[in-house]
Every structure is written in C-alpha cells, then in structure tokens.
Write a protein that binds this ligand. Sequence first.
Ligand SMILES: Cc1ncc(C[n+]2csc(CCOP(=O)(O)OP(=O)(O)O)c2C)c(N)n1
Length: 283
Amino acid sequence: MDSALEQELQIFAENIRLASLRAVAAAGGGHLGGIFSMAEALAVLYGDVMRVNPRNPAAPERDKLVLSKGHCGPGLFAALALKGFFPLEDLLTLNQNGTLFPSHCDRQKTPGVDMTTGSLGQGASSAAGIALADQLARRAYRTFLILGDGELDEGQVWEMALFARQRKLRNLVALVDLNGQQLDGDTRDICAGVANAGAMFASFGWNMLAVDGHSVREIHAALQPAAGVPMQPTAIILKTIKGRGWSRLEGKPKVHHSVVDEAQLREAEAEITRRIASLQAAV
Ligand SMILES: Cc1ncc(C[n+]2csc(CCOP(=O)(O)OP(=O)(O)O)c2C)c(N)n1
C-alpha cells in the first residue's frame, strides 16, 4: 500500500467517525463506542477493497457486507454516504419517522445495506448463506462479515463457523471487532473466552489473521485475497479500542451507548477535524 492510499483511508475513517457522530447527535443517542472502534475497517473495505457500485447497489456481481453488530448501523451508513450511495446530509434523519436510516441495519430501507441485522449472531448465518449463494452461482465475489466480540457469546456464530468450514466458503471473511467491551461490561467479566477469538476460529478450521484494528495498512494487507488460505473461510481479528477517536469515550468503561449534547458534539467534532487537518497536512 502506498502512503497516498494509506492517508486517504485514514481520512476516510475519520470522516466515518464525524458523519456518524453528527447523525447520532441529531438522533439523540447511539452506539458510538462500537462505531468508532470499527471505523478503520469500514474505511479500508469501502475505500479500496470492496467492489460495489453506488449506482447499482443490488447487482448480484458485487462484494457484500453484513454488519452483524447491527446496532452500529450509523457507521456503515456513513461509509456508504461517503462512497456516494446517498447524500451525507440525509444521515441527519437517523431514526426519525420515514427515514431511510433506522438505528440498526435494514436492507429494505437503506441502499447499499446488504442484510438486516440487530439480533446478534443472526448476521453470521446470513453472511454464510450469501457466500454460499455466490459460491453455487460461481460468482467470484466475497462476503465480509463484521462481528462484535460480545456477539461471539452467541452460539449461532459457532454453528456458522462449522458450516462455513464444511462448505469451504473461502469467499467469506469475518472481521471481529475485538474491543473488549460489550453492552453491560468488559467481555472478560462476561464470557472471558472470547478474548481468544482468533484461536477459536482457527480451531474451527478457519484461516486466521490478527491485526491492529486501527491500522489501515495492516487491515488492508489482511484483506488481500492472497492473504487467505484456499478452501477455508478467513477470520481477521481486529484488535481495537471501544470509542477510539474521541477522548471522552476512548478506552473508558461503559461507552456502549452515548447521548451527545451540543457541547459534546462540538468537542468531538473539534478532535476529529483536528486529526483530519493534520493528516491532510502530512503529505
Ligand atoms: C440476540 C441479542 N441479544 C442481546 C442484544 C442486545 N445488545 C445490543 S448490543 C449488545 C452488546 C454487543 O457487544 P459487541 O458485540 O461487543 O458490540 P460492540 O462492543 O462492538 O458494540 C447487546 C447485548 C441484541 N442486540 N441481540
């Protein structure tokens, strides 16, 4: 990856944070912790890796993404808006009556959203089904599945892991946002085992890679098709920090859901836009 692309993707990630922050603030609240922790992953996927067309969002010939931690939908909507699927300002209707942007992902409402999610675990099975359909139709496209680490408590994820290995879904890539927190506490206090998500996927017969989930360079390298072993699905463990990118949330406890008032919005906007300016100046 050249440094121009690295810089572009870092800025993309910050703009995902900024746009989802504004949408969540307008809606009165939302899951910024888990949105901010996956911003770099979304930026790499939509900024360079995924073959999608904003003018033809439902074409079968495209890569697909299932955001199984569907409560983080505003992060995905921000990435899609920045990619040109719909105007950025439309995100400010988040969660209002008649909006195309509900708080959780809905494939029947939002162009570019490939699966309806929100009930944790279910998106895993949906993603395996989509990947299987592409495999059977001999379409050479990949399905990306974003899972939360708390979500790994769901048995359905591990049924999917067995199934995907059995069906040799090498076109399926799961990205685990290992931010160490879930709704009501640290994962280590609730289901400590999921901290070993990489070893768990490997033991289920998956190709496994672990990267710094805030390094666009490392994520980009892990997402290259050659990084996967043939005939196996791939799990990429993203080591992340919940709330990354806003000092009020980053690395703090209980940042699963946030209500953002006017002063806090200005504070977060200032932090993020300062980083964007310094990234732009670094050329
Ligand atoms: C089946 C199911 N049980 C409970 C919930 C409520 N819930 C919403 S988010 C969440 C925590 C998810 O934690 P994690 O997967 O780690 O997401 P992240 O920290 O990345 O936001 C829970 C329990 C749900 N959406 N679905």
